[in-house]
Ligand binder design. Structure first.
Ligand code: PDD
Length: 280
């Protein structure tokens, strides 16, 4: 396997960043996970736009033209012979003697690109659907930035797994679901309306979310971008989650309550199929 680090392609097993990299010391960096479908990165413009936004918000300068980063991503995908999988990009503020303020602007950010085969849960999981566990959202107030500072997400996902759930649905102080630890959250109401939380600093603006919204609207489905409570989700007709790696995946139980009859719903299944067409 091959990884790209700061201008060179290296053996994955030997590729590394410096011990005084700000990503290592302060989680001072951002990332993207992009699906590779049929050897090509999916929805690349959306991911690039979000990456640039994350970088801008943190005042990290992309040390190469965005177009070149696209070339590197394709090259890492190719060199690893990934047909269906993911490409991962991480950009850290750079290497400097440990000190909280930003280093001088002459310090170049660290760029890492890796790729691997395999995308999403297997067909058995997709057919059955997954359980989610609800947990208080303990993350910071800028969840719109795709920062590598993921400790609360990691803790939430681990707690969910220990509770036998696939994902943690994180709940804000008012009882509304924000999103999953690495996915966006959706429900379908009794009258068939798709509901997902609007984009704000409370959630990450998922690229899969954006694509699913467009596909749903093109299908003529009723869509509402608004927050929903855990209670509303438990009483919903359907629920699902979305991300680059899970696509659209049915949620069939929330904590110990089955969603409807506890099987993937028809709108979720339809949206997943539309999304898979979009991947072709
Ligand atoms: N996670 N919300 C959070 C907190 C996420 O980390 C992610 C993505 C999403 C979904 O975004 P998208 O549809 O653009 O993948 C929502 C990636 C896959 C990860 O951390 O592995």
């Amino acid at each position: 396997r091959i990884a790209y680090v700061n201008g060179s392609y290296q053996l994955h097993a030997e590729a590394s960043v410096h011990v005084e990299d700000r990503g290592v010391q302060f989680s001072d960096g951002v990332y993207e996970v992009i699906a590779v479908a049929g050897g090509r990165p999916l929805d690349l413009p959306g991911h690039m736009a979000r990456l640039r936004r994350s970088l801008d918000e943190l005042r990290i300068a992309l040390p190469m033209p965005p177009r070149c980063l696209g070339v590197v991503m394709r090259e890492v995908t190719r060199r690893n012979r990934v047909r269906n999988g993911i490409v991962y990009v991480q950009i850290n503020r750079g290497v400097w003697r440990r000190d909280h303020p930003f280093p001088p602007e002459t310090v170049s950010p660290t760029v890492v690109v890796t790729a691997r085969s395999g995308l999403g849960p297997g067909p058995a999981v997709v057919e059955r659907g997954v359980r989610v566990a609800t947990l208080p959202d303990q993350r910071w107030a800028r969840r719109d930035i795709k920062s590598v500072s993921l400790l609360p997400n990691v803790m939430a996902k681990q707690a969910a797994h220990e509770a036998g759930a696939y994902e943690a649905w994180q709940v804000d102080g008012d009882g509304y679901v924000t999103e999953g630890s690495s996915t966006n959250a959706w429900i379908v109401t009794r009258d068939g309306t798709l509901v997902t939380r609007p984009v704000s600093a409370d959630i990450l603006a998922g690229i899969t979310r954006q694509t699913l919204l467009a596909l749903a609207r093109a299908e003529g489905l009723a869509v509402e971008e608004r927050a929903f409570t855990v209670e509303e989700a438990k009483a919903a007709r359907e629920a699902f989650l979305s991300s680059t790696t899970s696509l659209a995946l049915a949620v069939v139980a929330i904590d110990d309550a089955p969603v409807a009859n506890g099987a993937p719903g028809s709108i979720t299944t339809r949206l997943r199929a539309l999304y898979q067409d979009h991947m072709r």
